[in-house]
Design a protein around this ligand. Structure first.
Ligand code: ADP
Ligand code: 5GP
Length: 192
């Protein structure tokens, strides 16, 4: 489909630094945007509804799904997360490079639906550092941290399916590596 090359999917285990790296990238390169997903999880301190996510109730999420407004979704650690169709289509139509920060199930679904998209897996330097970052962020209870760490192993096991791999050791370096991937891809001819 025309415009697929403008879609960039970023995944990686919780706490690896995806949001930090993507925020840095968007700050340095304002021509790149990020989709705002819908979720049923509770808002973290500092998050803004409509900016970080569209925070929905379970009923609102299920209605959006039934109405076909969500292009892919998953249940991650007992909450729904989904990409809005309008977000993906707008960026493809307007040829604006856009990043979808989503987990591995969703990444696979997007790649199947839009084969011209580019999937990028962000690895932590090692598992000890991942655990440290997840705890240091201080946003989740211990039980959730444990769930997310268990899920991290399954996610890393699927990283080979991704088109590109980067390691988030230093935020700025990782952000620039993703920027290079984006620049290279959008310079390629668009599929019809
Ligand atoms: P994710 O979006 O992958 O769940 P976050 O972006 O929320 O991860 O980052 C998790 C924690 O790790 C945050 O406290 C963040 O400040 C920190 N962090 C992110 N990248 C780095 C890095 N390269 N070095 C050290 N700490 C980092
Ligand atoms: P968090 O609760 O830390 O914001 O996100 C948890 C996980 O859900 C992360 O891996 C994040 O990338 C993923 N996620 C966020 N939005 C979406 C979405 O729209 N679809 C899917 N499949 N995953 C998402």
């Amino acid at each position: 489909m025309k415009g697929e090359k403008y879609l960039f999917v970023v995944s990686g285990p919780s706490g690896t630094g995806k949001d930090t790296v993507v925020a840095k990238l968007l700050g340095s390169h304002p021509e790149i945007e990020k989709t705002v997903s819908a979720t049923t999880r509770t808002m973290r301190k500092g998050e803004v509804n409509g900016k970080n996510y569209h925070f929905l109730t379970k009923e609102q999420f299920e209605t959006a799904l039934a109405e076909g407004n969500i292009v892919e979704h998953t249940c991650y650690c007992e909450n729904y997360y989904g990409t809005l169709r309008s977000e993906v289509e707008r960026h493809m139509e307007q040829q604006i490079p856009v990043i979808l920060v989503i987990e591995v199930e969703g990444a696979g679904n997007i790649k199947r639906m839009y084969p011209g998209s580019t999937t990028i897996f962000v690895m932590p330097p090692d598992m000890k550092e991942l655990e440290h970052r997840l705890r240091y962020r201080g946003t989740e209870a211990e039980e959730i941290i444990q769930k997310r760490l268990r899920r991290a192993e399954t996610e890393i096991a699927r990283s080979a399916d991704y088109d590109e791999h980067v390691v988030n050791d230093v935020v700025d370096t990782c952000a620039e590596e993703i920027y290079s991937i984006i620049q290279k891809r959008i310079a390629e001819p668009d599929a019809e």
